[in-house]
Design a protein around this ligand. Structure first.
Ligand code: ASP
Length: 419
């Protein structure tokens, strides 16, 4: 379902493209890198005053956080409505998926606790200013924040009319594209809701370069380049953890299936390259399935279970990344996350990875949930976005390899094993 959003982002017209349309056609990662460079220049030029440029980022992250719970809800309902599995296979598949995700989070936390990338710099978030010390600007910001919904449902309870109107406008426009869609089986309703959420998300994600610009300018202006040193260490730590997760997959494949790991990697290279290039495990899914059946030689049922069904739930790279990000930001702030809080990070990272659609930057959307649960300031999420154009691609490869791993294990030790 996720591909629709990627193609659907802009409706094409025959008239020459406007400047905005041309900007939209530049790949997201290029826009983010440009925004990053511009942010550095503005931050250095404006100094402390660049703090104001971080406002759009706060609003964007707030909207992403509002959309995340609905995305998870609809994704889980859809997966359960459409999965056609016997109880025995569903149980085995569920167990394999859960185990892989737990291992991914365990590896992420272990690496983050060992390397401690966040300790390369210590920063204080602006949000930690006490209420008494609030400037006019902070008070204005609070008012602005109130108008932007932090949840799709809370404004209805609070009678927050401005937020209700904003939600109505967003979804009204998003659903215009669906208005002629026939609704036959009941699952169509869930699919339309899912597409509408993804469409609104794609608009917000289109604003991510603006968030990156503002945050980078604000950080450079107020704290200099210290936080970026830590980000470098974070990138290395995440890459190391992702490699360890790949090793776990290959070891399990070697021990518990008939497939040979080196040949598997070589047979799957089209899917690996595609996952990295498209930044979307959903867009890569057909290629993953084809490679598994035609090159690796798995039975269709096994490939279907891992690559088509499992992929809805299976985002180990995302889970690992969300847990590491939470720990990284806690380290950056010099905060200690208790064992209970780390366990909350584990639980929420599982949920966040299940709900993350296999599309670019989906992990960032659900990350807001993890941060909120352990009281970490959301304003650091845009800072992570400065390196996410690369890390997202890397974790997408692992998300795809997770599907491959499950398919091989479901195929068993012999090529013709009963599944
Ligand atoms: N881009 C990832 C995927 O497609 C999801 C994420 O953002 O973590 O699998």
């Amino acid at each position: 379902m996720g591909e629709a959003i990627v193609d659907d982002v802009s409706e094409q017209s025959a008239t020459p493209p406007t400047l905005w349309e041309r900007w939209q056609r530049v790949p997201l990662y290029v826009r983010i890198i440009l925004a990053l460079a511009l942010g550095v220049v503005f931050g250095m030029a404006l100094g402390e005053r660049a703090r104001m440029l971080a406002v759009p980022a706060k609003l964007i992250i707030r909207v992403l956080g509002a959309l995340a719970p609905s995305l998870i809800l609809v994704a889980v309902v859809h997966s359960l409505m459409t999965a056609k599995l016997g109880a025995g296979i569903a149980f085995r598949l569920g167990w394999l998926l859960l185990l892989n995700t737990l291992v991914a989070i365990g590896i992420g936390l272990l690496v983050a606790n060992t390397i401690r990338p966040g300790e390369a710099a210590h920063v204080t978030p602006a949000a930690e200013n006490s209420a008494a010390g609030k400037s006019d600007f902070d008070r204005f910001l609070d008012k602005l924040m109130e108008a932007v919904p932090e949840s799709l449902y809370k404004p209805l309870v609070d009678n927050n009319v401005i937020a209700i109107v904003l939600i109505g406008v967003g979804f009204g426009i998003a659903l215009r594209a669906e208005r002629e869609q026939p609704v036959r089986p009941a699952v169509d309703i869930v699919e339309i809701a899912y597409r509408a959420i993804l469409r609104v998300l794609s608009w917000v994600i289109g604003l991510v370069p603006l968030a990156v610009f503002g945050v980078v300018a604000g950080v450079v202006g107020t704290m200099g380049f210290r936080p970026f040193r830590a980000l470098g260490a974070f990138v290395v730590a995440v890459l190391l953890a992702l490699v360890l997760q790949a090793v776990w997959y290959l070891l399990r494949v070697r021990l518990l299936s008939w497939v040979r790991p080196i040949k598997l990697l070589s047979d799957m290279r089209d899917a690996i390259v595609m996952a990295f290039a498209t930044d979307s495990s959903t867009a890569t899914m057909p290629v993953t399935y084809k490679c598994l059946v035609e090159k690796v030689g798995l039975r269709e049922q096994s490939a279907r279970l891992g690559a088509l069904i499992g992929t809805n739930f299976n985002n180990d790279g995302t889970a690992l990344y969300e847990a590491m990000s939470a720990l990284f930001v806690a380290q950056l702030l010099g905060r200690h996350l208790s064992l209970g809080q780390q366990l909350a990070v584990v639980g929420l990272s599982i949920i966040a990875s299940v709900g993350a659609a296999g599309i670019p930057e989906a992990g960032t959307v659900t990350m807001a949930l993890v941060f909120k649960a352990v009281g970490l300031p959301l304003e650091f999420i845009p800072l992570l976005l400065t390196v996410d154009w690369f890390l997202d691609r890397s974790r997408t490869v692992i998300n795809m390899l997770g599907d491959v791993n499950v398919s091989c294990l479901m195929d068993g030790r012999r090529g013709n094993a009963e599944c």
